[in-house]
Structures are given as C-alpha cells and as structure tokens.
Design a protein around this ligand. Sequence first.
Ligand code: AMP
Ligand code: ZN
Length: 113
Amino acid sequence: MTDCLFCKIIRGELPSRKVYEDEDVVAFWDIAPLAPVHVLTIPKKHIQSAMELGDEDGELLAKLHHGIREVARATGIAESGFRIISNVGFDGQQTVPHLHFHVIGGRELDWNA
Ligand code: AMP
Ligand code: ZN
C-alpha cells in the first residue's frame, strides 16, 4: 500500500469527481482547475513520472491516450481543442509523484496555460 495521493484516489480512499474509468486508467476533475475543463488522466499502476515509463508501458500509454480522448468527448472539448500536459520533476513543477496528464480546455488557452 502506497500513501501516494493519486493511488488513494484510485483506491477510493479520497474522493474525486470521475470523468472516465477503465481497467487501467482513471480520469477525474482537478481540484484547482486552470480552465473550465481541467481533468487529470492517470494510470492505475503507480508510475512516478514520464521518466519512469519503460518499453513495456507502450500499451499503457496508448490506453492513457484513449482515456484522454474519452475525457475530451465527455467534457465537450473534442472539437474545440485542448492541451495535454505532463509535468516532470522539480523544474517541471510536478507536485504529485504519480504520472498524470492534465487535459485542459474549454477556453482559448495562452501558452502560459
Ligand atoms: P502537478 O503539479 O503537475 O503534479 O499536478 C498535480 C495536480 O493535482 C494539480 O493540478 C492539483 O491541483 C491536483 N490535485 C491535487 N490534489 C488533488 C485532489 N485531491 N483531487 C484532484 N486533483 C488534485
Ligand atoms: Zn500513486
């Protein structure tokens, strides 16, 4: 058992507003949204960041991007567009050490978010 924040959300020990879930992937609304749509798409497997992905995770990455497309459709931003961001490490300002893809949209974004 890990005390990782997102692993706790996956196990249902912390609440979340889920947008999408399948066997390997879960997506839920960010608690501090930067835009009208801000959803985090994460693997159920604990992987610290994109730097910890291995060759064996290719299928999982494809599934994560499938989840992202489902999130875009469910939140109504598939046509208008959106941004996918995965922060890595200190300089990337990653605050939760469990791989996640921010899916941000619902308004025209500037490059700073
Ligand atoms: P990052 O800074 O890239 O590691 O992103 C972590 C994100 O997780 C931030 O956008 C936070 O607002 C978000 N976050 C932190 N705690 C929660 C939570 N309990 N439920 C949903 N989102 C969270
Ligand atoms: Zn975790």
